[in-house]
Design a protein around this ligand. Structure first.
Ligand SMILES: NC(=O)c1ccc[n+]([C@@H]2O[C@H](COP(=O)([O-])OP(=O)(O)OC[C@H]3O[C@@H](n4cnc5c(N)ncnc54)[C@H](O)[C@@H]3O)[C@@H](O)[C@H]2O)c1
Length: 451
């Protein structure tokens, strides 16, 4: 496709887009393309998801704004979903938004991308433009994906039979529409012509600035750098938090004041770092460095070790608080508030709360869970409560594990009146510790010394 053909196809609304992988990121992406007037088809192996979408039911209830766009593009027949991979042979543009998780040894697992690249080798027949939005290690596109699409039989050649670039996804779950309208996007490709084509397409769909990258690996390096930066800074405040607790210093007071320094970027302590991005991206960076002889990428690894210890530290705070009532965990009923890995989304991927629950189980606690996004269901092997009040009754200790909006309004006096033993472990520091003390709670906050 050259510039002129592309512009004509965009203007006539004939540029056909296939988004492979229509999960948390791929579905909103596909809907944005459809909403810009381009016929868009989502391809996924999840038959239930595809059926649900085609029957007009929007699956991402926690993504504000996309429910309206979904209804609009479905009505206009601009979007549909399919499990039939053969359809991609008619695509002008193929966007890959496939999962890039890690295995139980923290090794990045690129199975979905690799297998789809091999399938594309069999399907591509019309000089399609392939754009990888999934998060991968720098060099993975150049070293793995291109070869798999070209195939060993040399049926396809990059630049002749297909073009390829990347536009790493940086949106934040729960606010994807907002981020798609605000966050600049990085565009890298295997040559300048392809990069310019991708920039033109994304300019048509999104209103944000596009940052031109010299190649795919640099764009992917930027994506990993921003997320590993966060993981490391959170590790820093988590380590500070454990020291400040003993020193009787409140980390929230420190961070609030530190924010006033122009070159300080604030991060907050918590019971761990979860989700499909930060932990995985740190391990992707570690794996990437290995290729260049950096067997132990020390700083990034240490950051992971600190963050991965925070669920255990949360339980240590609980054990310390229980001492004040002469109780032990195995004789206590503990309510865990929130299971999502971050506030206000329905997502438990790599949630540190799973580890908190696991440790509580091992120590013999009687566990109850309440999360407004997971009412009355089985989470981490525990039946979750239908409402907060019934969860609070008969409870000896409360762990605030996820700072969902609903929990920000929790009044210490209310908690004291409902709980059997008023122990509160606040891993997100959302409760005012002075109010907690006045109300008679036995309070511990991550990074907060006893007052
Ligand atoms: N979720 C986030 O916060 C976020 C943010 C930025 C970037 N990313 C990156 O975006 C990519 C996608 O992540 P996600 O969170 O949307 O994942 P997801 O698990 O929500 O969605 C992935 C979808 O791909 C489908 N799929 C898996 N294998 C497939 C195959 N072989 N063929 C077709 N479909 C297949 C799954 O059924 C699923 O619907 C990842 O690389 C992730 O790191 C995610």
């Amino acid at each position: 496709m050259n510039d002129e053909e592309l512009i004509n196809k965009i203007q006539s609304g004939e540029l056909t887009i296939y988004v492979i992988g229509i999960g948390r990121i791929g579905l909103p992406t596909a809907l944005s393309f459809a909403n810009s007037g381009l016929p868009t088809i989502g391809v996924d192996i999840n038959q239930k998801l595809v059926d649900r979408i085609n029957s007009g039911k929007f699956p991402l209830k926690d993504e504000p704004g996309y429910d309206v766009i979904f209804e609009k593009v479905m009505k206009e027949n601009k979007f549909r979903a399919t499990t039939n991979f053969h359809e991609v042979s008619s695509a002008d543009v193929i966007i890959l938004s496939l999962p890039t998780p890690m295995d139980s040894n923290n090794i990045p697992d690129y199975y979905a991308l690799n297998s789809v690249a091999e399938k594309l080798h069999d399907e591509i027949s019309r000089n399609s433009l392939i754009i990888v939005e999934s998060t991968v290690e720098p060099g993975f596109i150049e070293d793995q994906i291109i070869g798999k699409i070209e195939g060993q039989d040399n049926k396809l050649k990059l630049g002749k039979d297909f073009d390829l670039g990347v536009c790493p996804e940086t949106a934040n779950p729960g606010q994807i529409l907002n981020d798609f309208e605000r966050l600049p996007r990085l565009v890298g490709a295997t040559d300048e012509k392809t990069r310019n084509l991708i920039m033109k397409i994304y300019k048509h769909v999104f209103t944000v600035n596009l940052i031109s990258m010299p190649n795919c690996k640099t764009a992917n390096a930027v994506k990993l750098t921003t997320n590993v930066f966060r993981d490391l800074n959170i590790a820093f405040v988590n380590e500070l938090a454990t020291v400040f607790e003993r020193a009787g210093i409140d980390i929230m007071t420190v961070l609030e004041a530190a924010k006033s320094k122009y070159n300080f970027q604030v991060h907050y302590p918590s019971s761990g770092v979860g989700g499909p991005c930060l932990p995985v991206n740190a391990y992707q960076m570690i794996n990437f460095a290995k290729n260049f002889g950096f067997e132990t990428f020390r700083l990034v690894k240490e950051g992971r070790i600190i963050n991965e210890k925070m669920p255990l530290h949360t339980i240590e705070l609980l054990e310390d608080a229980l001492k004040e009532t002469n109780k032990i965990i195995s004789e206590s009923s503990v309510l865990v508030l929130g299971v999502s890995y971050k506030p206000d989304v329905k997502d438990i991927q790599i949630s540190p709360v799973e580890q908190i629950v696991q440790i509580l189980k091992e120590k013999g606690a009687n566990i109850t869970i309440y999360d407004p996004y997971y009412k009355n269901s089985e989470i981490f092997g525990i039946k979750s409560s239908n409402d907060l009040i019934s969860g609070l009754e008969n409870c000896d200790a409360l762990i605030i594990a996820t700072a969902h909006k609903e929990f920000h309004d929790l009044e210490p006096l209310f908690l004291k009146s409902k709980m059997k033993t008023p122990i509160v472990i606040d891993s997100k520091c959302i409760i005012n510790q002075y109010d907690a003390k006045e109300a008679g709670l036995i309070y511990r906050g991550i990074g907060r010394g006893k007052i």
